[in-house]
Structure formats: structure tokens, C-alpha cells
Design a protein around this ligand. Structure first.
Ligand code: WQD
Length: 342
């Protein structure tokens, strides 16, 4: 079975992708420095797929360790690269940490595969679009100046990948531009594990609902949107994980669109913050304690994706709706209350 390297594979999206790779008949092998996750995730994955994935713990910024791994693992045919720092707010406070970690890890992996045929799937983000001029946003929309060092690392990483794939014919690359990943595996054994106070909406909602947080603050209720709150394209993390398997399959088959390609990975449906809260209350049966507060700097007002290219060329479409996103996120929060991880 094809061996697929999953960097950052004990993280939120990485762990779900490891599960889906296994289900699709691949052998995932994980490299993770555990800076934003922990070893227990491997046990959780084992409970789901019946075996513990091969795991190597080291920092991809250590080029010697990366080169040794590649030398010792010649049977890796594809890479899904999640490993990166990803907190927007933290990136503003610590830009050097983000530029160092996100670029050195990517470049070390690419350099270690110089001259070797490799299929490479990159974890990118809708943040590259900034505030789109036209909605839904398509892959041909202009990439706008990032509003954070994190977003900038995604934009520049895409440029590094496209130019590398253009210059060297051994790299076949797909960048997946995620919208807002939410939810958890149906087993409630893996899910989002925010460290400290959650920055993202869904973990804050579920932690408020379970009593870990006193109340949710809605960052702004006076935007020019359907109900005054910001609109996002939330996508179930299992659908997102399956998009990575579809990308590997397309690369293995040969992408007729060339050696570098990008795909939007969303549902194509936008939900406002208030609509998301209502969907959570309906799915969980929990009344949420929230108030409307000031706007959050840097927030995009509205963004949702055009996913026609993904369904036509990637052969992938999201299948799980907002109800399953909310109910699976709630089931995971309840699981964590009884089984604290990390
Ligand atoms: C969603 C909405 C907030 C928290 C994030 C990442 C980005 C990308 C997509 C991967 C916004 C509102 C939030 C809260 C709130 N991820 N909100 N109260 O900012 O759209 O993007 O996911 O690449 O990198 O930053 O997600 O969940 O932070 O916010 O009102 O306590 O919820 O204002 O409108 P965001 P988010």
C-alpha cells in the first residue's frame, strides 16, 4: 500500500486525514514535533482504525533529521504537509516564529525530495483571498495582501510551491485552500484540541455550552451582512480530510491541469455567526450564553467558496451539513469532559 507522509499528523486536520488515508487503503506515516498536539492522539487514532500509525517525533526545521527520514523511507510516494504554526493572533505577536517555522519546515521537506518524484498536497487557506470582491470566491480570484503573518506564510508558501513545481518536474503539487474546518470524527475520539483559550468560533461555542467558558462574545453585530454578523463557509473536518485523499489520488493519476494546482475546500454555503449559534443550539439542545461585543481586528466580513472546480476536477464534494458539524463538535466536547486529552 502506498506510503503517505503526513507532517503535523497528530493535529486536528492531520489526525482526521490519517484516518481517511487508512480507510482509503494507504499507509500513513506521521512526522510531528508535538508542539501543538500530544502522543495520546495516536492512541485515539488506533481506537478508530485498529492500528497505531508509524510515528516519528522531530522538528521539520532540523534539515538533517528530514534528510535522514527521506533516506530511510524511500517508499514514501506522497506527502500531505500540515506542519505549521496556525494561530492568526499569535502570528501578529510573534511573526519571526511563524516565518521561521512555516518556511523552514516546508523548504526542508522540499529540498530533501530534490530529484525524487513526489506527490505533494499542501494545507493552504481561504485567508489568501482576504476580503473577496466577488462571492462565492473562485480559485482564480486575486490573492490579496495578507492581514497577518500567518496568512502571509500561506501566500508565500503557495508561491514557493508553484515556482518549485514549475522549475523541477519531480514535484507534483496541489494546494488545498480550506475554509473554516469544524466538527469532529463520528466516534468522538478525535477532534479539535485548542491549547488555552480558543481563538476559533466553534471550540469557544462548545466550551461555553459545556460550562468551561462563561459566555461567547460575538465579534461584531453591525456588519453589512444578512444579520450583522460575519459570514463563513464552515466545512466538516471529515469532509476536509477526504479532500486530501482525493488530492493524492488525482496526483497519482496525473493532474491534467499541470504540476501545480489549487482547489477550494469548502461547502459553498455561508453561515453567519448568529446562524451558526442557532444551528449549534438546535443540534445540541443547549441554549448558548452569548453577547455581542466589538468587532475583531482583521476579520473578513464575508467569505464562502465556489467549489465547482473541486467537484469537477478533484472529484470531491462536501457531504456533511451544518447539523452534523455542530452535533459532532458537541459530542467531542462532551467526550473531552469525561476523557481529558493533553
Ligand atoms: C469565525 C467567525 C469571528 C470567535 C480561521 C483561521 C484561518 C482559517 C479559517 C485555516 C469570525 C467569529 C470567533 C469568537 C466570534 N483556518 N468569532 N467569537 O477567523 O474565519 O479563520 O479559520 O487555515 O486561518 O483564522 O475563524 O473561527 O476565528 O472566526 O464572534 O469567540 O467567528 O469574528 O467572524 P476565521 P474563527
Amino acid at each position: 500500500m502506498s506510503k503517505i507522509l503526513v507532517t503535523g499528523g497528530t493535529g486536528y486536520i492531520g489526525s482526521h486525514t490519517v484516518v481517511e488515508l487508512h480507510h482509503a487503503g494507504y499507509t500513513p506515516v506521521i512526522i510531528d514535533d508535538l508542539s501543538n498536539s500530544n502522543l495520546q492522539i495516536l492512541d485515539q487514532i488506533e481506537k478508530i482504525i485498529g492500528l497505531k500509525p508509524e510515528f516519528h517525533q522531530f522538528d521539520l526545521c532540523d534539515s538533517t533529521k528530514v534528510e535522514d527520514f527521506v533516506k530511510n523511507n524511500p517508499d514514501v510516494s506522497g506527502i500531505i504537509h500540515f506542519a505549521a504554526s496556525k494561530a492568526v493572533g499569535e502570528s501578529v505577536a510573534k511573526p519571526l516564529k511563524y516565518y521561521h517555522n512555516n518556511f523552514f519546515s516546508l523548504i526542508n521537506v522540499l529540498q530533501a525530495y530534490q530529484g525524487k518524484p513526489i506527490n505533494f498536497v499542501f494545507s493552504s487557506s481561504c485567508t489568501v483571498y482576504g476580503e473577496p470582491d466577488v462571492l462565492p470566491v473562485t480559485e482564480t480570484a486575486p490573492v490579496k495582501k495578507a492581514t497577518s503573518p500567518y496568512g502571509n506564510t500561506k501566500q508565500i508558501a503557495e508561491e514557493i510551491l508553484s515556482e518549485t513545481a514549475l522549475a523541477h518536474d519531480n514535484y507534483n503539487v496541489i494546494a488545498l485552500r480550506y475554509f473554516n474546518p469544524v466538527g469532529a470524527h463520528e466516534s468522538a475520539l478525535i477532534g479539535e484540541l485548542p491549547l488555552g483559550v480558543p481563538q476559533n468560533l466553534l471550540p469557544f461555542i462548545t466550551q461555553t455550552a459545556i460550562g468551561k467558558r462563561e459566555k461567547l462574545t460575538v465579534f461584531g453585530g453591525d456588519y453589512d451582512t444578512v444579520d450583522g454578523s460575519c459570514v463563513r463557509d464552515y466545512i466538516h473536518v471529515v469532509d476536509l480530510a477526504k479532500a486530501h485523499v482525493a488530492a493524492i489520488k488525482l496526483l497519482e493519476k496525473g493532474n491534467p491541469n499541470g504540476s501545480y494546482d489549487v482547489f477550494n475546500v469548502g461547502t459553498g454555503i455561508g453561515y453567519s455567526v448568529f446562524q451558526t449559534i442557532a444551528a449549534f443550539e438546535k443540534a445540541s439542545g443547549q441554549k448558548l450564553n452569548y453577547e455581542v461585543g466589538p468587532r475583531r481586528d482583521g476579520d473578513v466580513v464575508q467569505v464562502w467558496g465556489d467549489v465547482n472546480k473541486s467537484s469537477a476536477a478533484l472529484g470531491w464534494t462536501a457531504t456533511l451539513g451544518i447539523d452534523e458539524m455542530m452535533s459532532s463538535a458537541w459530542a467531542w466536547e462532551k467526550y473531552l469532559q469525561e476523557n481529558p486529552l493533553g
